[in-house]
Design a protein around this ligand. Structure first.
Ligand SMILES: [Zn+2]
Length: 175
């Protein structure tokens, strides 16, 4: 799975250049990699944005009048935007768009959807492992032990401190 560094379109590994803008493709670097989802304008764009938000998917609309100069001349290009989502949410976002009729699932793609789905899942699992690692049982035990040691130290200070003060008072009155 590869991505275009300029227009963020996904491609299968068989491609070396972007089919949209001709830039050399590169690998996907992180789960937050901005990924191109759909181009839309006006009401449809807002509908897609609202639907993605409802599905809990953050999205970034990019207005790219420079890429649609012919539309710009007629004044149509002003609200045309490409909607990008984080790669980890891509397949969910795609499904959402299919559900609301914004994307035709029969339309040929430059990448394999199954492959994208598999990669999204793998990235999701990697994140889960990371979260597990952050609060692993061994770490939790370490914190408990540290807490117990600190508590004992505190008790010791109080006990010895009291003994010292008692001895000092006794000494003061010639005990
Ligand atoms: Zn491109």
């Amino acid at each position: 799975m590869k991505i275009c560094p300029r227009c963020k379109r996904l491609h299968s590994d068989t491609y070396t250049e972007c089919t949209e803008c001709g830039k050399p493709l590169r690998g996907i670097e992180s789960e937050n990699e901005e990924t191109y989802l759909i181009t839309a304008e006006g009401f449809e764009r807002e509908h897609i944005r609202a639907s993605l938000q409802d599905a809990g998917i953050p999205c970034v609309p990019r207005f790219r009048n420079d890429m649609y100069s012919s539309d710009e001349v007629t004044g149509k290009g002003t609200s045309l935007a490409e909607i990008n989502v984080p790669f980890s949410a891509f397949t969910k976002a795609y499904d959402t768009c299919v559900m609301i009729g914004a994307i035709d699932p029969e339309k040929p793609l430059t990448f394999d959807m199954d492959e994208a789905e598999k990669m999204c899942r793998e990235i999701g699992e990697k994140n889960k492992d990371k979260i597990k690692e952050e609060m692993s049982p061994s770490k939790r035990t370490t914190y408990k032990v540290l807490g117990a040691v600190l508590f004992l130290l505190l008790v010791a200070v109080v006990v010895w401190g009291t003994d010292f003060i008692t001895a000092w008072i006794k000494g003061l009155f010639g005990g």
